[in-house]
Each structure stands twice: as structure tokens, then as C-alpha cells.
Design a protein around this ligand. Sequence first.
Ligand code: ZN
Length: 82
Amino acid sequence: MDRRLMHASIQMIESYCPVRLHIGPSAGATCLLCGRAISAGALQYDIGVGRSTIIVDENCYMSSLRESVEATPLSADRPLRA
Ligand SMILES: [Zn+2]
């Protein structure tokens, strides 16, 4: 994994609160962090930050991005809590 890219991605996520997170089956995208193809049907994590979207596979999300994403106060895909 490219550590600089990972660091930049995490910073980007943290500077946009909340980020938009969409989790769904991949149509065959490439993971931004490790550069590996996400096989069709495997879970793909789309993290919307500003105008760009960071697409990562489950492995990279869980190991690197999850804490940053879930530390944001709320996500557009989650219902607002009263
Ligand atoms: Zn990856």
C-alpha cells in the first residue's frame, strides 16, 4: 500500500465532515489505496469527499480508513439522530 496516498486520503476524509459512505457490490473497480482490482460482486467502499470519491476495497477500508470515516459526526447514508 502507498503510505503517502493513504495518508492523503485519510486527511481528505478528515477535512470533510461528514463524508458520504456508500457500501455495495463492485462492478469491477480498482482500489485506490492498494491498486488491486476489486472483483465484481465483492464489497466496494465509495467514500465521497467533496467532489471526489475514494473507492477502496474492504480490506483497505477496514485496515486504514474505517476509523477516520466513522469518526466523522454523521454520514449522509445514515439517518440523522434526533
Ligand atoms: Zn485496497
